[in-house]
Design a protein around this ligand. Structure first.
Ligand code: F3S
Length: 754
């Protein structure tokens, strides 16, 4: 048994009293999100109503989950905190470092050879500090969490932005940077701005070709990649009850794509069924005892406008299947309309690959729905025109799907079954039909489709859809194929039509697994020795950051990023994942994907000291070597995407002292604060236009850095002229203390020592 029933019983024993107290203090009925948040206050005292979108609140999460790429830096940081054990149940999942190439067996073998140093490090740190360890091949973090650890009404944080997936089982589960996870592992509170609440009322029923995935593809189209910022999205209504638990997981998973803090659903029969099917009847029995506390109050759902900050209503009866993309997950197009749009925009119609699985869509229901389409291709003699790749989400799903003949159906279509790991979803894909930089199209059932995300090629146009739609499009080989209306010609020259997909929510014979890949924590790991070689190129022990200080003068502009600048642009994934545990080495990818506003090129910026141009990390290192501080300027929603704190640690390591942007994505802004840097926003966003390539920055009043107080910055242009502009910030006093100490971790250590 991987889950901790005593911890869950403890949460449930406190929940009714805390929720009732919160209802009294707030003075009105509560949403589910509020119930979970108020039930997890750090001090357990429900004596204050918090202002949504404003108050910073300390919480006590029940669990932590880390994936291998982010766990390295998180655990390297935790090792510095001087604690004997993690304070909260924690798991590490090895899923990001496995490249998809030939198929599960050879790919896993190669990953175990190439990354053994990292896997061994994670296993030994887990053993030493009481952390549950999931070996490479055991599965993708969020699928494994949903199958084993998520529970209704719980609060979890995870060092991966798709931690939000666990909202499918009624949690408030939030993606954080490794530094936040380290705080909680070290027994500290976890701080979050009390979120705003978006209610999504679902009516009607999913039917035909439409799936749960289409709910979130539609919501992404409505809210865009920024629309969920600082908000929890809570789904409710009769349509929500009719979705499977894993379908709810898919919807919550892609809440990350609208920038939402998280998404969640109230406890219902589908969750109970899933808990029982995944061998957690004990949790279902406990949840049933406090059922009304694990969902929003009736009055809230009857009159949502009065309780949510924003309400969206979707009638599932009318919802059509969508494909979102390319290059951004919020570009939503109903399937029948995609051909016209593709032709207008010059997107290649021919589809080269259909990829199914990932943490987003690899449930039993997903695989059965997709395989019901694949089976028709076999039965109707339609030769697929695209290649197929499948990434099962966990060994339990893979084993069960193999036992039930589901994988065989895909194999009959020559699909490659990759390892139970992230693979192409995170650029870990050695693509057999490598396209160079050629324009091409792929469809997948993952969540993200930023440029270069899957295969490193900026000209790969990736579209996100449901697994069954991906199967249909891949079989047709055409982006403009509409399986609801179009026909295909089979190998006998006959015109055939695909019928609607059919899925099975849960395996009739139950889930099964032989080797789950789980290593339980040991009671006493104090004797475990952890060694990191000085010569390692993968791992590097950390040294504390020096405080930046309150006198920033003569800092040079490093880059003025133009347009979209996600954490993939700031700290690229793909081959760079190898260096996630080595700060100096991975810093060589810092901002190499960002477009410089001057010249509109990537990784090409001016070194003001020499007048020459070079790569961003090289110029940053040159400034650092001369003792010159540097500044990064950015556009809107800077740092959207993943929770990786490397995107903050790298600039910190290379001497960047402030990132000044039009607006931030939440996690990245917090990560900058944790590393003791300045994350600032233009008070007047047009001041972005003042910044010139040769600018020098002087902070005028940083010695008066205080909550809710703007800062003033002077820029000196190359002709000697000057401009002064104001910046806003969201630092509270505790976060200003992090800045003053050099990092949040420095402060933890100081407090531990005291
Ligand atoms: Fe992995 Fe992609 Fe999910 S990287 S955790 S499968 S979003």
């Amino acid at each position: 048994m991987a889950f901790d029933i005593d911890m869950i019983k403890d949460v449930y024993s406190k929940m009714p009293e805390r929720v009732d107290a919160a209802r009294n203090i707030v003075g009105k009925p509560l949403t589910l999100s509020e119930k979970i948040l108020y039930a997890h206050l750090w001090d357990g005292k429900t004596d204050k109503a918090f202002t949504r979108g404003k108050d910073y609140v300390d919480f006590a999460p029940d669990r932590i989950a880390c994936q291998d790429a982010t766990a390295q830096m998180a655990l390297l940081q935790f090792m510095q905190a001087g604690k004997p054990n993690v304070a909260v149940p924690t798991t590490v999942h090895c899923d990001h470092l496995i490249q998809a190439k030939q198929g599960a067996v050879p790919d896993l073998k190669r990953a175990n050879e190439n990354s053994h140093e990292v896997f061994d490090f994670l296993a030994s740190v887990s053993k030493k500090y009481g952390i549950g360890f999931w070996k490479p091949g055991a599965g993708i973090i969020h699928q494994v969490v949903l199958e084993n650890y998520a529970f209704p009404g719980g609060m979890m944080i995870g060092t991966d932005s798709h931690t939000v997936n666990a909202g499918g089982l009624g949690m408030v589960a939030i993606g954080v940077g490794g530094a936040d996870a380290v705080d909680v592992m070290a027994g500290m509170a976890w701080e979050l701005k009390f979120p705003k609440l978006i209610g999504v009322k679902l009516t009607g029923n999913i039917n035909g070709w439409t799936s749960s995935k289409d709910v979130i593809l539609k919501v992404a189209g409505i809210l865009t990649v920024k629309g969920g910022t600082d908000s929890i999205v809570e789904y409710f209504g009769p349509g929500a009850k009719n979705l499977s638990c894993t379908g709810k997981g898919t919807i919550c998973n892609m809440g990350a794509e609208i920038g939402a803090t998280t998404s969640t659903f109230g406890y219902d029969d589908s969750m109970e069924r899933y808990l029982r099917a995944t061998d957690r009847a004990e949790i279902a029995d406990e949840a049933n005892k406090i059922r009304e506390y694990l969902t929003g109050d009736d009055e809230v759902y009857a009159n949502p406008e009065a309780y949510f900050d924003q309400v969206i209503e979707i009638n599932l009866d009318e919802l059509r299947p969508h494909l979102n993309g390319p290059f951004t997950p919020d570009l939503a197009t109903p399937v029948g309309e995609l051909g016209k749009k593709a032709r207008e925009n010059g997107w290649p119609i021919k589809v080269d690959w259909g990829l199914i699985g990932s943490c987003t869509n690899s449930s039993y229901e997903d695989l059965t729905r997709a395989s019901s389409i694949a089976q028709q291709a076999v039965d109707k003699k339609i030769k697929p025109k695209s290649d197929f790749g499948i990434n099962p989400g966990s060994e339990q799903i893979r084993f069960t799907a193999e036992r039930d003949g589901i994988l065989k159906i895909f194999e009959d279509l020559q699909a490659t079954i990759f390892t139970n790991a992230c693979g192409p979803c995170i650029g870990q894909w050695d693509r057999s039909d490598r396209k160079g930089d050629e324009k091409n199209t792929i469809v997948h059932s993952f969540n993200r489709n930023f440029s270069k995300r899957a295969d490193g090629n900026p000209n790969t146009h990736a579209f996100v859809g449901s697994p069954e739609m991906v199967a249909a499009i891949a079989i047709s080989g055409r982006l403009d194929f509409d399986p609801m209306n179009d026909t295909l010609i089979n190998e006998d020259g006959e015109e055939v039509k695909l019928e609607e997909p059919r899925g099975i929510e849960l395996p009739p014979k139950g889930f099964a697994v032989e080797e789950s890949g789980y290593v339980a924590p040991v009671a006493d790991g104090s004797e475990v020795d952890i060694s990191v070689s000085k010569d390692s190129e993968r791992l590097q022990l950390l040294a504390p950051f020096e405080p930046i200080g309150n006198q920033i003068k003569d800092a040079k502009l490093l880059i003025k990023a133009f347009g979209k600048c996600t954490t993939d642009h700031i700290s690229m994934a793909g081959p760079w994942l190898r260096f996630r545990g080595h700060l100096d080495n991975i810093s060589n990818n810092m901002l190499i994907g960002a477009i410089n506003a001057f010249g509109k090129k990537t990784n090409f910026v001016k070194n003001q000291l020499t007048g020459e141009y070079g790569g961003v990390p090289d110029v940053a290192r040159a400034y650092k070597a001369e003792g010159v501080k540097s500044i990064v300027v950015g556009d809107h929603n800077y740092g959207e995407g993943s929770s990786r704190e490397h995107a903050a640690m790298e600039p910190r390591h290379l001497g960047v002292v402030a990132v000044i942007v039009k607006s931030f994505a939440r996690i990245h802004e917090t990560n900058l604060k944790k590393q003791g840097m300045l994350g600032l926003t233009f008070a007047n966003e047009n001041d972005y236009d003042l910044i010139q390539e040769d600018d020098t920055f002087n902070f005028l009043d940083l010695d008066q850095f205080a909550p809710d107080k703007q800062l003033a910055i002077e820029i000196v242009h190359s002709d000697g002229s000057k401009d002064t502009f104001k910046v806003n910030h969201t630092y509270n006093q505790a976060q200003i203390d992090w800045f003053n100490e050099g990092s949040a971790l420095n402060l933890i250590k100081k407090e531990n020592a005291a």
